[in-house]
Structures are given as C-alpha cells and as structure tokens.
Design a protein around this ligand. Structure first.
Ligand code: DC
Length: 218
C-alpha cells in the first residue's frame, strides 16, 4: 500500500471528473493523473500502427515498445506530447475496446500504482477506488445525467473546432458507459466506500467546494 496521499475520483465519461480533479490536485498540492489519457494514448498508438487489438501477439508487441508517462501535467506517448491527438472523436470511439484488454490494463495499472507510490496524487478514472488503489484515503464517484454529460462534451468539442453532433455524442457516451460498466476486468463501479457526487446542474466551483469540505472534515 502507498504511504502517499491518494485521492481517487472515478466516474463515467463527461461527468466533469478531470476538471474537478485538476483543481483538487492544485488545492492539495498533489500531482493530477488522468488515467483515461493513458488508455487513450495506447488506443491512439494502436490506431496509428493499424494494430489488430484482438491479436494478442500484435497487441503485446506494441505494449512492450510503448511508454506512457506524464511530464508537467501533460501526457507523453513514447516521450512525445499527444494531448490533442488522443481527444479526437475517433479515439473516443475505440478507446473502450482497447481499455478492456487485460494486457493493456495490467501495464497501465502497474504504471499508475508506481506513480502513487512515488508522489501524492489525485487520480481520475473508472477503477481507481475499486482496483488501482482500493486503500486510497479518499474516494469520490462523480457522475451526472447522460443528457448533461453529452451536452458538456458537445460544447467542449465545438469549442475545440470539431464538427460535432449532439445525438452522436449522446449515443457514443451511452455506448461507452455500457462498455465500461459491463466489461469483465475492472469495470466502472462505485467503490462501496466512495462518496457519490452528482454534478448534474451544479457548477464546478460548487462540486470542488463539496469535495474539499469532505476531505478537510475527515
Ligand atoms: O476518462 P476518459 O473518457 O478519457 O477515458 C477514456 C476511456 O478509458 C474510457 O472510456 C474507459 C477507459 N478507462 C478505463 O478503463 N479505466 C480508467 N481508469 C480510465 C479510463
């Protein structure tokens, strides 16, 4: 078990986890680790290399020669920043399939645990409180209605200049929820001891205040 401070923030796509986690990390002087970005980076490399993820040999070979790390809060794939490349609708549509592969999860969970042993972290993802750090000092499960999550993603993509469709995003988020919740390995679940935070119709500040208050109070 890590002797560093671990704050786990899990929840479905678009619930506002990363925005909130980033601010909480600043406030408590921790590193912010976006584990979704790690899965996205692997998915991106698979797409780039046209790897058949159902072929274990191909996937293992790619994993053996892949390094995912963070520097200055930015995700690096084999030493190269890939923040924008991993956020495209194409990667969003394939990432869940990559994330359910055992070899991918083993590699990334090992890397996540190593980070948590070295520094205090706010780590966001799907399985941080249940699998990666079941002994984390603080666990939150942040969620929101599918409608609101789709709306937020839509606005985010439009702002970044993508030609997004609300209905497509809604469908993709629902599909991803289903995939992430029903996969065999480390599915998206609220840990029994995680605090549930529903961000529907709430501002970021309001949610951050509640999380800070709960951390300080305990
Ligand atoms: O948080 P995100 O939407 O960027 O995550 C992308 C995908 O990665 C998500 O659909 C499921 C997967 N993921 C996971 O399986 N486990 C995590 N800890 C984080 C993300």
């Amino acid at each position: 078990m890590s002797n560093k401070l671990i704050i786990a923030i899990d929840g479905p796509a678009g619930a506002g986890k990363s925005t909130v986690a980033r601010i909480i990390a600043e406030i408590f002087g921790c590193e912010y680790i976006d584990t979704g970005a790690m899965y996205r980076a692997i998915a991106y490399k698979c797409v780039q290399r046209l790897v058949d993820i159902d072929d274990d040999d191909e996937l293992n070979e790619l994993l053996d020669e892949t390094e995912v790390a963070f520097k200055d809060k930015k995700i690096l794939l084999d030493g190269r920043p890939v923040e924008n490349e991993i956020r495209t609708p194409k990667i969003s549509s394939v990432v869940s399939k990559v994330a359910e592969k055992k070899a991918v999860r083993e590699k990334l969970i090992e890397a996540q645990r190593k980070i948590g042993e070295e520094v205090s972290v706010v780590m966001d993802g799907r399985d941080i409180g249940t699998s990666v750090f079941p002994d984390a000092q603080f666990k939150f499960f942040v969620t929101a209605s599918v409608d609101e999550r789709a709306d937020r993603r839509y606005k985010e993509l439009i702002q970044k200049g993508y030609d997004a469709s609300k209905i497509e995003i809604y469908t993709e988020i629902k599909k991803r929820d289903e995939y992430d919740t029903n996969r065999t390995l480390n599915p998206l679940r609220k840990a029994p001891d995680a605090i549930l935070i529903d961000t529907t119709k709430r501002t970021i500040n309001d949610v951050v205040d509640e999380i800070c208050e709960r951390i300080r109070r305990s």
